[in-house]
Every structure is written in structure tokens, then in C-alpha cells.
Design a protein around this ligand. Structure first.
Ligand code: ZN
Length: 246
């Protein structure tokens, strides 16, 4: 079975729709959303509705720090993130709030353990950005595969039986074999606010049968989302980020 992995949608409807269309074109029907449905972007209601519809059809969805912030848990947030969390929270319907509240912090999907931030303490919202951080995440579970988001830049780590954890090179597109002799941790890039220099929406396809993962990119209507941000009067820095992918 192939599973589409989506994280950090950040209320970017055009990016979410482009990723869902790309997955559907490839016949990928099982979906996992790794959190941050909202925050930063101009279309929280539409994105929550789309994800809720997929969850109704069996998709897994997790809570991210921006989802928690939109519900009022925003102690650790400041600046633009907090401003947009307030803006998002103020416009959520009761139904949308209830949906965000229902999202768990982690989930298991076959051999994979899913979280938004690092698996060792998901509610601390720790970023997995290096092998030491990846080692802490590996230590939190016996699952052979870990998938998370939160960083907005894709990365791949593996752990050997002797505990040695390393970051591995990868490039977007080709299937990367997830050899069962090791454990694997993939940080998926952001659907709705990439920060790795490419403005294209990022996602992943995990093939559980073939034991492989591919990091994917798809172009979307960045100008359309930028126009929506400006129409809602949200900070211009968010538009600049989307255009540059940083
Ligand atoms: Zn995020």
C-alpha cells in the first residue's frame, strides 16, 4: 500500500489541493496528515474542511503546534506566528475547533510512528534537525519507521542496530529503499510553507509493501495564495516566504 504523507499545510489551500491532486493522479488513496493544518496561511477553514473530509474517509491526522495555537495554546509563540494564530482562532467555526481539538499528538500506521515534531516529546515541539535529535526520537519508540514534519525542510535519518544514527543524502523524486536492516526517520517538507529554497509544495509517498519512500514536489498557484494573504491583510513577510520558499 502507498501512503501519501502531508505535513505543515498552514492554511494554504492551493498547495493542499495541488498535493491531493498529484496523489490522486498516482492512485495514492491512503493519507496521513502530520499536523499544522493552519497557521501562517489565509484559508484555515477550507483546509480544515478538506482534511476533515479525508479523515472521514479513513485518513490519519495529527495536531501540530499551530493547530494548538489556534485553539489558544500559544504560550511559546510570538511575532507573526502568534498574530496569525489569533487571526485563525477568531475565525474558526465551532465545528472546525472541535475537529482540531480531536486530533491526537501521535499515531501508529502499520510499522510507522507518526508525530508532528520529535517523537520523544511531541508536545514540546522539538525540531528534528540533526542526528542527535533524530537519535532522541528513535529512542522514544520501537517502531522501525518514524515520520514527522515541523521543520519545513525535508531530511532523512537512519539508525543502525548498534545505535549509530546518521543523516542520509536524498533527492526529490526517486524511491529510496528503506532497508529493513535499519530504522528510518523521515522529516517531510511542508505542503504549504516550504523553507528549503523551493517554493513548490512538498510531500512524500511511503510504499509500505515495497519498503520505500520518495520525497516529492509539486508546483501550485503560489501567486493565488499570495493574493489571498494580501486580501486578508496578513503580514507581507508571509507572502515573501511563499514566493522564495524560505
Ligand atoms: Zn509548521
Amino acid at each position: 500500500m502507498r501512503i501519501g504523507l502531508l505535513t505543515d499545510i498552514h492554511a494554504n489551500r492551493a498547495a493542499l489541493e495541488a498535493v491531493l491532486a498529484a496523489l490522486s493522479e498516482e492512485g495514492v488513496e491512503t493519507l496521513a496528515f502530520l499536523g499544522d493544518l493552519v497557521g501562517y496561511g489565509p484559508d484555515p477553514e477550507a483546509c480544515i474542511a478538506l482534511v476533515a473530509e479525508k479523515v472521514g474517509q479513513g485518513a490519519v491526522a495529527l495536531r501540530g503546534n499551530h493547530d494548538a495555537a489556534a485553539l489558544g495554546e500559544r504560550e511559546s509563540m510570538n511575532g507573526v506566528a502568534r498574530l496569525v494564530a489569533d487571526w485563525t482562532g477568531a475565525r474558526l467555526t465551532a465545528e472546525a475547533r472541535a475537529f482540531l481539538k480531536s486530533l491526537p499528538m501521535s499515531a501508529s500506521l502499520g510499522p510507522a510512528y507518526l508525530t508532528h515534531a520529535s517523537a520523544d516529546e511531541p508536545g514540546a515541539w522539538t525540531y528534528v534537525t540533526n542526528p542527535a535529535r533524530a537519535a532522541a526520537a528513535f529512542g522514544a519508540t520501537k517502531a522501525p519507521l518514524l515520520f514527522c514534519g515541523h521543520v519545513h525542510r525535508p531530511a532523512l535519518f537512519s539508525a543502525e542496530h548498534n545505535g549509530m544514527v546518521r543523516a542520509l543524502p536524498w533527492r526529490p523524486g526517486p524511491e529510496i529503499p528503506l532497508l529493513p536492516s535499519r530504522r528510518w526517520l523521515a522529516v517531510l517538507g511542508a505542503v504549504g510553507q516550504p523553507r528549503d529554497g523551493s517554493p513548490m509544495a512538498a510531500y512524500g509517498i511511503w510504499d509500505n509493501a515495497r519498503q520505500s519512500l520518495s520525497f516529492r514536489r509539486v508546483a501550485y498557484d503560489v501567486a493565488g495564495t499570495v493574493a489571498r494573504l494580501r486580501a486578508e491583510g496578513l503580514p507581507e513577510v508571509l507572502a515573501q516566504r511563499l514566493m522564495k520558499g524560505e
